[in-house]
Design a protein around this ligand. Structure first.
Ligand SMILES: [Zn+2]
Length: 375
């Protein structure tokens, strides 16, 4: 795998320099078509799945058609705006590679390429790369669910936790908008005729913030507040956007019910609540544990002591796990700083992580069929 490193770094540089902000379809498409080309060049049967608003999704299938595949899942889009590479182009300094999206998750795509380049192609493997993961996966959700439904396992090449730790649990995410509707009035002439929607939403903000349960891991965060038109008008409308995170489906339902049952405090005012759970929690279930045990065994053979952890951030692994498909996440290289300018990967982790992914595919196809894995 080490001899592949120069070519892998070249591909990584190309992918980072082909910027792919989620909302810039032409740029995401350009990056996606290079990805498709590179997987086709190593024997993948590639498909470009057209998407109207976001970039097209890319699929590369390997091995015999019809069998139950292992799915390598990731995304082409990044959180950075176009032009970011002018400020900080792809760079290698010592053991670190930097640049926008290098960790989340252009290097994950490179690992998939390295694994598939060196794997015998008798295994049915589907490489699925979507274009809107960073903005909630609304455009790719149906495709992801269709492609993984029959899969033996899903390996998500998203960034690892610090030190290369895998992600065996992720919190779920719910997004809500709570709108208060009052009544406008002149603030000087007849303020008593008004109902102040900002005052109403202020009450609701305090109630929402108190819904976080420190012991349960559930958090409720009011992240955006809007309201009012002029300082001399009693505001008729105010709204907040709320992010919720939770570790279990039970908590997801409890919180959604609590937010939908909010009651107005000021006489005459009204509340409108929209939203819901957008990504269910990825719970650490028996399948995840078994997959992690396989990963640990493969890693031990490469000389790595692999660990597992959990995160409050969600990925498409949340979707596949909620469908009951065995899912292991955080298989990307060692690095840190996802979504930040400090983002980097450790170059020498690329061959080992690619070998881990390849070994995982091997063992999963041979021994993991929903029953006991053969280690
Ligand atoms: Zn990501």
């Amino acid at each position: 795998m080490k001899d592949l490193l120069p070519e892998a770094l070249q591909l990584l540089e190309q992918l980072v320099m082909l910027e792919s902000p989620s909302f810039d379809k032409p740029l995401v498409d350009r990056c996606g078509s290079l990805v498709a080309q590179r997987f086709a060049a190593i024997g993948g049967r590639t498909e470009i799945v057209p998407e109207g608003k976001f970039g097209d999704h890319v699929i590369a299938r390997f091995g015999a058609a019809g069998g139950r595949p292992v799915v390598l899942l990731g995304h082409i889009d990044t959180v950075f705006s176009s032009g970011e590479t002018q400020q900080r182009p792809f760079r290698i300094e010592g053991n670190r590679a930097t640049g926008p999206g290098v960790f989340d998750m252009k290097s994950g795509i490179v690992l998939m390429w390295m694994a598939m380049r060196t794997l015998g192609h008798e295994h049915p493997v589907t490489v699925l790369l979507t274009s809107d993961e960073e903005v909630g996966s609304n455009a790719s959700r149906t495709l992801i669910e269709k492609e993984v439904r029959n899969a033996r396992a899903v390996f998500v090449l998203e960034p690892s936790l610090p030190g290369g730790v895998l992600k065996t649990a992720r919190k779920g995410v719910g997004r809500f908008t709570v709108k208060a509707i009052g009544r406008a009035a002149h603030a000087g002439i007849d303020p008593s005729k008004g109902i102040n929607a900002i005052e109403e939403i202020a009450h609701q903000v305090l109630t929402l913030q108190k819904m976080s349960g420190p012991g349960s891991g559930t958090t409720v965060t009011v992240g955006v507040v809007q309201g009012g038109t002029r300082s001399n008008v009693v505001p008729a409308e105010a709204a907040v956007e709320v992010d919720t995170r939770m570790t279990s489906m039970l908590e997801a339902e409890r919180i959604a019910n609590a937010i939908r049952s909010l009651k107005p405090v000021l006489p005459g005012s009204q509340l409108e609540v929209r939203g819901g759970v957008s990504r269910p929690p990825m719970e650490r279930n028996a399948d995840t544990v078994r997959l992690f045990e396989i990963a640990r065994a493969v890693a031990a053979e490469i000389g790595i002591d692999l660990e597992e952890g959990s995160t409050g951030g969600a990925s498409d692994g949340n979707l596949t796990s909620a469908l009951g498909v065995p899912t292991l996440d955080g298989l990307g290289p060692v690095g840190d700083g996802a979504h930040a300018a400090s983002e980097y990967i450790e170059i020498d982790s690329l061959p080992a992580r690619a070998a881990l992914v390849r070994g995982l595919i091997d063992r999963t196809v041979l021994g993991f069929d929903g029953g006991e894995p053969r280690l």
